[in-house]
Design a protein around this ligand. Structure first.
Ligand code: PGA
Length: 242
């Protein structure tokens, strides 16, 4: 379990004074590189240069240039950001990121040597109509088609059922284990490599002991619970220091 990763997707939360408080809350813990904070891009410089890893929640699909409000992969890399989350369901559903856009962003991030955390997951409707595996396969195929094994081996997948994000609902351990096994098999079939697969969706300090019993999970992508240092620390303690 030593190599499991805990990634905090802090989303668009916390003001500057709150971030200062947050940083004070985490500075007493000696986290290593298996803990990754993904604050709002505005606050990235405050998190960089410490012992833990840092990720950006989204990157532009283009190189630097006249794209108001966007952040280029090259800019994130130049700030020493380690990871880029790509294809989060909130990006897909609120900002219209299609499979094609996600594919472009994955390639962009990888070409600038950012480690990609590619998010995939089915909606409740897709799950209820038994299309989960079909949807996951489509998302993986579309984002990774034609990519060399060497490149794909540098990225990670976050399996995040859309219906579990921010809802307090979590699939059973068996369901997560089976879905992760499916994702790993697909990636072997498509690209001939083993990749790490994280689980995300309503992970918190109360369910982490149970979730951490899943044998084939390589870590967790934590949203809401990562915005409170003490709550996040309880999760990290279970996953990383056991
Ligand atoms: P949640 O979010 O932990 O608040 O459900 C997870 C995510 O969106 O990555």
């Amino acid at each position: 379990m030593a190599n499991r990763l805990v990634v905090g997707n802090m989303k668009m939360n916390l003001t500057a004074p709150e971030i200062n408080k947050y940083l004070k809350g985490i500075e007493k813990y000696a986290y290593g590189k298996e803990v990754c904070f993904c604050p709002s891009a505005l606050y990235l410089p405050y998190f960089i240069g410490k012992n833990f890893s840092v990720g950006i929640q989204n990157i532009a699909s283009t190189e630097e240039g006249a794209y108001t409000g966007e952040i280029a992969a090259s800019q994130a890399k130049s700030l020493k950001v380690d990871y880029a989350i790509v294809g989060h369901s909130e990006r897909r559903s609120y900002y219209g990121e299609t499979d094609e856009v996600v594919e472009t962003k994955v390639k962009m991030a990888l070409s600038h040597n950012l480690k990609v955390i590619l998010c995939i997951g089915e909606t409740l409707e897709e799950r209820d109509s038994l299309k989960t595996y079909k949807v996951l396969k489509r998302q993986l195929k579309s984002a990774l088609q034609g990519m060399p094994a060497k490149v794909v081996s540098k990225m990670m997948i976050a399996y995040e059922p859309v219906w579990a994000i921010g809802t307090g609902r979590v699939p059973s351990n068996q369901e997560i284990e089976d879905t992760i096994a499916f994702i790993k098999d697909i990636l072997k079939e498509l690209c001939g490599v083993s990749v790490k697969v994280l689980y995300g969706g309503s992970v918190n300090s109360k369910n982490i002991e149970t979730l951490n019993k899943i044998p084939n999970v390589d870590g967790y992508l934590v949203g809401g619970a990562s915005t409170k240092p003490e709550e996040f620390h309880k999760i990290i303690e279970v996953v990383v220091t056991q």
